[in-house]
Design a protein around this ligand. Structure first.
Ligand SMILES: NC(=O)c1ccc[n+]([C@@H]2O[C@H](COP(=O)([O-])OP(=O)(O)OC[C@H]3O[C@@H](n4cnc5c(N)ncnc54)[C@H](OP(=O)(O)O)[C@@H]3O)[C@@H](O)[C@H]2O)c1
Length: 286
């Protein structure tokens, strides 16, 4: 079993397999504090790499700090992460479970990346993403500070999260080379369709978060069951991931899980081949 058949994309200074792993779920409830099972979290991270995952998404605010710390503990080889791109984010503060106030002041964004460098144990972040544009701070000020991360060699590439086409164009106009965009997108939530098409045209990586709709698309009994019937042994969650991989070559799904069993199931989606008719049926079903 391997994610090799998900295809590749150049991102974070390396060529990575498109089916990645999202490391938000290896924390406590409300993405706050340590995970219920620390050892299983470490196993999930190590197993993901064994299965060929070379793109791992995290953020300083997951825990906070817990996810980045676990990635360092599980995967750092003394010098770095080898072939694996560890993409992190900054720009959200944490005040408690499920509370994430944005803070985009340049001096805070700088603190975010400097502390992520220390926690992850690297000299440069492969891909640093602005978790949210802070509406209280002019967006050009945030873009300018992030550009300085590239100029100073603190990050190899940078990206944005939960933005629209106008935000990406404004960042580009401010001289920021946007390597990736991360928005909520899955079979049942296509609000970012216009942004995805823009990214596809521009060759910007599109990282859909909640790719299995936080588990909903992985549950049987939904509209995906009809297509699942054509693929004995294939789960609806795998179909949702296969649909994303097929939807655009710039899509890099990052399903999140705290269990090795679910990780293995999600990674096996790389081997699910959809016919044109099935792809269309899934597109229409949700
Ligand atoms: N940029 C942003 O603002 C933003 C926001 C949210 C998330 N993200 C990133 O995107 C990643 C993915 O998003 P997400 O974790 O919210 O949603 P997701 O990947 O759609 O779903 C994760 C949830 O679904 C469950 N799940 C996963 N695989 C499953 C399977 N095979 N069968 C049954 N249940 C399964 C997980 O529970 P178990 O742990 O029990 O498997 C978890 O609760 C995150 O990990 C994070 O890296 C980014």
């Amino acid at each position: 079993m391997s994610v090799a058949n998900s295809g590749t994309i150049d991102l974070g200074g390396k060529t990575v397999h498109r089916l990645g792993y999202g490391a938000m779920r290896i924390t406590g409830p409300g993405i706050w504090g340590p995970p219920k099972d620390h050892d299983e979290a470490v196993r999930v991270l190590r197993r993901s790499v064994e299965l060929g995952v070379t793109f791992i998404d995290t953020a300083d605010s997951y825990g906070p700090f817990v996810s980045e710390d676990l990635i360092k503990e599980a995967l750092h080889d003394g010098t770095g992460y080898g072939d694996v791109v560890v993409a992190t984010k900054g720009g959200l503060t944490r005040h408690g479970p499920d509370v994430w106030p944005p803070l985009g002041r340049p001096e805070y964004l700088r603190q975010c990346i400097l502390m992520s460098l220390r926690r992850l144990g690297v000299e440069r972040i492969d891909l640093w993403q602005l978790h949210r544009i802070d509406a209280k701070v002019p967006r050009e000020e945030q873009f300018g500070e992030i550009k300085s991360f590239l100029d100073e060699g603190l990050a190899k590439q940078v990206g944005l999260s939960e933005v629209d086409v106008d935000d990406v164009k404004a960042a580009q106009a401010a001289g920021l080379p946007v390597a990736s965009v991360q928005n909520r997108y899955n079979l049942g939530d296509r609000r970012a369709e216009e942004l995805l098409d823009f990214c596809t045209e521009q060759g910007i990586a599109f990282i859909p978060w909640a790719p299995v709709d936080a588990g909903t698309l992985a549950r049987p009994g939904g509209p995906l069951d009809a297509v699942a019937g054509n693929h004995p042994g294939t789960t609806t969650g795998q179909l949702a991931l296969a649909w994303l991989l097929r939807r655009s070559p710039v899509i890099v799904p990052i399903p999140g899980t705290s269990s090795v069993g679910h990780l293995e199931e999600n990674c096996a989606a790389a081997d699910v081949e959809l016919t044109d008719e099935e792809f269309q049926a899934l597109t229409d079903a949700a």
